[in-house]
Each structure stands twice: as structure tokens, then as C-alpha cells.
Design a protein. Structure first.
Length: 391
């Protein structure tokens, strides 16, 4: 068996795009993976295409050897987009390995430990606020709307949700996104009392709607510096968060926040590889390590999780992508011993299901682990090509 072709495909997904990698072998087995280049990773497809000649003709079943070769070739610029390109290639190779063996990917790594994966509704309200009026999703304008939506999520059997920060301005909720430069407030990244008041109203509406036993997480991304993250944690204390999710490139600052925060801290979703995770674990900076399987590759993600286990830290996959990425994360969640809960986006473009041959099955807040060979789904190439990206 040898690798014959490496192709990248992109599709319109309303306010974003979805990207897929197709690796074809000479014997006819095709491996698929999904990756993302919309959020800080623009130019990823050309990087994958530039690495492709290095693996043409190699045996795709030797995925560790291929990944090692690609790391050697990119050693002088490790991490970042190079790592994400290697991860996309690795994940497509694992699909080939599973299909050739007639087994699901998790079986290649000793799984499954669990066949039903607890999931939480991610970006709760976020897309309904940010994309309001565009016709993709139900509009969400007020705190009453937010509470009604939370009650719907609970009624569907979910036991946890994660929301982002909203401000209330001009009679409607507005997505707060200063850390990524999409709303005013950067580069200073300051907080103010009005924001904290809005946060109390937001979390109060959600908590009143779902009750005290339902898990509520808050993701504040890179929106503040250390001082601001602490003020957010203090303000949210009365609402009993399941975790406060923070992004920071300073392990010591995160450890300081964890030491003072009245709630568990989750972090590290933007990191690449064991070397990036190590200082955060050594400083005991978080309660939950968030690992991005599309960015790291499944094999590397499992190695990160094994290292985290030595520090008594459980892991949760970062997963706000399309359905194939959800399958990547599900196989990780099935195989890793120190698992917490899996992220999944339920709000997306209305045609997302068209892109895959099987969609994730969620029952009572749990994803049913697929048992088909490989990831459990292929890409509908015709549907992807029928919806070229807008930009």
C-alpha cells in the first residue's frame, strides 16, 4: 500500500468554511480528515499541499514514521500551522489504517474505554447572537430569549452547556469578542463594571432556567489579562460554574488564577504538542486540559492526555468544527482514560449534514460512538464541491 494523492477541499459553511483533506492510496482506500483555517490558521491548505510531496509513495499504515518525517522537515518552524498541517495528514492516515484493518480508529489505540461520550452544548447562544438576522439560526436578542434557549437545551437531554460573554447594548445582546479584535477593546483587553453587571444578568438568566444541578461553563478566550480573568472569576462565583475557560500564553499567570479562582479552570485549547502543554502541567495551571485533536492529531493528543494524567488532570477535546471533527474528538474521548466531557457545536449552517455520509448520533446528552471502520463517516465530495467557500 502506498500514498498516491493528497488533496484539500473547502466548503462554504455560512459564517465560516469547512476544510477537508483527502489522501488516496494506490489500492483504492481513501482517508479523510477535517481541519480548520478560518480562526488564526489562514494559509493552512497551502502548507498541507507543500508537505504532500514528502509523503507520496510512502506506506500510509506507517503513520508514526510519516509524522516523524514531517516533524523533521519542519523542525526549524515547529508548531503553529506546520503542526496543524501534520495533524490533518496524521488524522487522514489513521482513517486509512482503520479502514484497512476493518476497525474504528479508537480500536487502533486500545479503545474503547467508553462507548457513549458525554457532550456539552458549546457556544450556547453565541452564534444566535453573532449571526442574528442572517437567517441561519433562530434569533436571540434578550435575556428572556437566552433563558428560553437554556431550557430547550436541558429539555433535549443535555446536562451541560458552555457560553461566551455577551454585552447588552441598544436593546439587544451583543457578542463580546475583544480578545480576537472583532469588537472594541483591543489591544488593551480591559474589563469594566458594566461588563461584570451584564455577566451577572447573563449567568443568572441561564442558571435560573436550568437549575442548580445543570453544568454551566463560561469561556472567556483571550479577552482579558490576568487581572480581568480574576474579576470575571470572582463575579461568576455565585453561579457555581462547572469551569471557567481561559486562554493565556503565560503558564505562571494561569496557575495564579487557578490558585485564587472560586471555580475550576480549563485551558490550553490553542497549544500544540506535548512541549507546549508541559509548562502548564508543571505549574498546575488548570483543572481540565483542553486538547484540540484536529490541531494536534489523534496520536499526539493521546500522548498529551497521558502526560496530563501523570499530573492528575483530566482532558476535554476542543471541538467547534464540522461533523468529521466531532468524530475525531469522539474517538479520542473513547480511548483516553482521563476524560472529562466532550465539546460539540449544535448550532451551525443548515446544510452541514450534507458534507458527511453519517452524522453524530446524540442521545440524552451523549454521543454514541461510531463502530464503522475508520472515523465512522466519509466526506460527501460532491456536496463539498457544490458549495465552494465564499472567500
Amino acid at each position: 500500500m502506498r500514498i498516491d494523492r493528497v488533496e484539500t477541499l473547502r466548503a462554504d459553511a455560512a459564517w465560516r468554511s469547512f476544510s477537508f483533506l483527502k489522501i488516496t492510496t494506490a489500492c483504492g482506500i481513501t482517508g479523510w480528515s477535517e481541519y480548520n483555517e478560518d480562526f488564526g490558521s489562514r494559509g493552512l491548505s497551502p502548507v498541507i499541499e507543500a508537505l504532500a510531496p514528502l509523503i507520496i509513495g510512502m506506506d500510509p499504515r506507517a503513520s508514526e514514521a510519516i509524522v516523524a518525517k514531517l516533524h523533521v522537515a519542519t523542525r526549524q518552524a515547529r508548531g503553529g500551522i506546520n503542526q496543524q498541517a501534520i495533524a490533518a495528514i496524521e488524522n487522514a492516515l489513521l482513517d486509512i489504517r482503520g479502514k484497512e484493518a476493518g476497525k474504528p480508529v479508537h480500536a487502533l489505540f486500545g479503545g474503547p474505554i467508553r462507548e457513549r461520550i458525554p457532550v456539552y452544548w458549546s457556544h450556547f447562544g453565541t452564534y444566535r447572537v453573532a449571526q442574528r438576522g442572517k437567517g441561519f439560526l433562530p434569533d436571540l436578542r434578550s435575556y428572556d430569549d437566552l433563558a428560553a434557549h437554556a431550557a430547550e437545551v436541558k429539555a433535549q437531554g443535555f446536562r451541560c452547556l458552555k457560553t461566551n460573554l455577551f454585552r447588552y447594548r441598544d436593546g439587544a445582546l451583543r457578542y463580546f469578542n475583544q480578545g480576537f479584535g472583532r469588537t472594541p477593546g483591543w489591544p488593551e483587553l480591559n474589563w469594566d463594571e458594566a461588563l461584570l453587571a451584564d455577566l451577572r444578568r447573563q449567568l443568572g438568566a441561564i442558571r435560573d432556567a436550568v437549575g442548580p444541578e445543570f453544568g454551566v461553563m463560561l469561556d472567556v478566550n483571550f479577552h482579558f489579562k490576568t487581572e480581568g480573568f480574576l474579576r470575571i472569576a470572582e463575579t461568576a462565583a455565585e453561579f457555581d460554574l462547572r469551569w471557567l475557560e481561559i486562554d493565556t500564553h503565560d503558564p505562571a499567570a494561569l496557575a495564579l488564577i487557578r490558585g485564587r479562582a472560586p471555580c475550576p479552570i480549563a485551558s490550553c485549547e490553542t497549544l500544540h504538542g506535548r512541549r507546549d502543554f508541559r509548562p502548564y502541567l508543571e505549574t498546575y495551571g488548570m483543572d481540565v486540559a483542553i486538547i484540540d485533536v484536529p490541531w494536534n492529531g489523534l496520536a499526539e493528543s493521546l500522548k498529551i492526555a497521558a502526560m496530563a494524567d501523570a499530573y492528575e488532570v483530566n482532558c476535554a477535546p476542543h471541538n467547534f468544527y464540522g461533523h468529521l471533527c466531532s468524530f475525531h474528538s469522539a474517538h479520542f474521548s473513547a480511548a483516553v482514560p482521563n476524560f472529562r466531557i466532550m465539546e460539540i457545536d449544535l448550532d451551525s449552517c443548515p446544510w452541514r449534514d450534507e458534507f458527511v455520509t453519517a452524522i453524530p448520533v446524540i442521545e440524552n446528552g451523549e454521543l454514541v460512538l461510531p463502530t464503522a471502520p475508520g472515523w465512522g463517516a466519509d466526506i460527501n465530495e460532491a456536496a463539498v464541491r457544490a458549495r465552494p467557500p465564499r472567500t
